[in-house]
Design a protein around this ligand. Structure first.
Ligand SMILES: [Zn+2]
Length: 218
């Protein structure tokens, strides 16, 4: 992880990917990460993790990417009991730890569905982000590239998906990353984004971050 000094003055941005891991699209995104030596963060679903898919998660981790939690079953967690929420979090964290040796540092609620009870039950900072509806197949590769290269800004958390059928996002990332590098962007993990901005992400109040700012918003 880079320090505040190393990141000082850089045009930082955090690419994040939800709904993996899998051996297809996750690896296609990691091919780009590896080729350009950039960092990203992955919000994995616990029930998607097995010996086969974990190889992509381990590869991400070995490339300096961050593995975070997107729950175990991808349910609307505002409808679950406190015990069920704890179970979702514990099972996912344990699987991540068993395969990559680190605990998740951030949580992205499925469907960005939150409640006071959910905030109280989970002891990690909540992360949202800015996306382009990339879970919808009808959003073309061109539109996704345009979103990344023209709409995304410094300090932003970019919300994308690496679910198994989402070849379009893998292709958009392949096309957009070299352009964004030319534009001076520095791709960092979520932890690094907060370090670069001098913000300590809060886990003890009702806040969900789309930018690394005090308010979580721009
Ligand atoms: Zn999701």
């Amino acid at each position: 992880m880079r320090t505040a000094e190393e990141l000082a003055g850089k045009k930082v941005i955090a690419l994040t990917f939800d709904d993996g891991p899998n051996t297809g699209v996750t690896n296609e995104i990691l091919d780009v990460v590896e080729e350009y030596g950039i960092k990203a963060s992955f919000f994995v679903i616990g029930q998607n993790i097995n010996d086969e898919t974990a190889t992509a998660m381990q590869r991400a981790h070995s490339l300096g990417c961050e593995i975070n939690s997107h729950s175990f079953t991808h349910s609307d967690m505002t409808k679950l009991s406190a015990d069920e929420i704890k179970d979702e979090m514990d099972r996912t964290a344990e699987l991540i730890y068993n395969y990559v040796g680190e605990h998740p540092k951030f949580f992205r609620p499925p469907y960005i569905s939150v409640s006071p009870e959910l905030y109280a039950a989970i002891d990690l900072p909540f992360i949202s982000g800015i996306g382009c509806n990339d879970w919808e197949d009808k959003v073309s590769v061109e539109k996704r590239v345009k979103f990344l290269t023209e709409k995304c800004t410094e300090g932003e958390i970019v919300l994308l998906h690496d679910q198994p059928t989402n070849e379009k996002t893998a292709e958009a990332v392949r096309q957009a990353v070299p352009k964004m590098l030319e534009d001076g962007f520095e791709f960092v993990t979520l932890s690094e984004l907060f370090i670069a901005k001098g913000i300590t992400p809060a886990a003890d109040r009702e806040i969900i971050y789309s930018y690394a700012t005090e308010s979580g918003w721009k």
